[in-house]
Write a protein that binds this ligand. Sequence first.
Ligand SMILES: Cc1ncc(C[n+]2csc(CCOP(=O)(O)OP(=O)(O)O)c2C)c(N)n1
Length: 333
Amino acid sequence: MSSNLANEPARVVAMFRKMLLIRAFEEAAGEAFHAGNVRGSVHQYIGEESIAVGICENLRDDDFLTSNHRGHGHSIAKGADPRAMMLELFGRVGGTSDGKGGSMHIADFSVGMLGANGVIADGCTISVGAAQSIRLLKQDRIVVNFIGDGGINRGPFMEALNWAKVYELPVLFVCENNQIAATTTTRLVTAGEGIAKRAESFGIPAITIDGNDLFEVDSTTARVVAEIRNGGGPQLIQAMTYRLRGHFAHDPADYRDPKEVEAALGREPMVRTEAWLLENGVGVDEIAALKAEVDAEIAGYVEEAVNAPWPDGSLAFTDVQDVGAPAYPGEGR
Ligand SMILES: Cc1ncc(C[n+]2csc(CCOP(=O)(O)OP(=O)(O)O)c2C)c(N)n1
């Protein structure tokens, strides 16, 4: 591991704490799903925490973020409130969208989190639209779009790359390459030489890094974000990683070679970051205290969410776009 971060142990501790918070949130979200408390799917971000944290620690609050179906980690890293997120997963009052969005539609405009998205690759085009607004308003914000390696095979990715480059928009595409899309090995369904080459074919600089190395993610992002903010146009980071759990909480992922999973466990970001901290003067007790603190924090949010009120049914059609959907029986229109 090498980056400026190495000279800033306190910053590493703060980033590690955020990674722990994401991990604890995801474990709790999975348990809540199995307990029947979460409607719909839960896609856990377990094993990829260093990417969200390493990227978002280099953003400003007023920078924008678009995400995908695996968006809890992105949202927490960008500063969304995990308490409100848990309420959202449970569909309760006080959730980020008062319970209407759920796991795949977490959004918090107060921290620039424009939304997770259940439609693969659709965050790409939203990010380009947001970047176009930044350009028109002559601001110096940037937009980060998180996309999976499966998402790069959908049309909106190509469309977004093209538009971003034609208008030299301030967008950072971050492809989290965990090498599998649902249950399909992505390499088997991807033509050409892959993600980075695809971006380069549009004239967009692309770099491939070890996404499980917090230090590499941090140093690369710091450089790339500065270049984009200074008007350098769009760029892409391909962050190599591995999804340690199934595609969603109810997927046992038994289609994977156990040896591959075991090898991945040895490279996982929590263990690596913790090892660095231990080697650099942070005590075992301090780390144990951090873990206990975040576990208690998340447990408190779960308890609150279990007991929180459901939204009033009369609010079902507020804050949602009504484009003339068919009337419900008895609605009288
Ligand atoms: C347009 C569209 N097609 C298919 C799906 C079903 N689907 C949900 S997640 C997923 C795989 C996504 O893989 P990737 O982009 O690599 O992200 P990862 O799950 O690995 O984080 C698919 C095919 C969808 N949600 N949207």
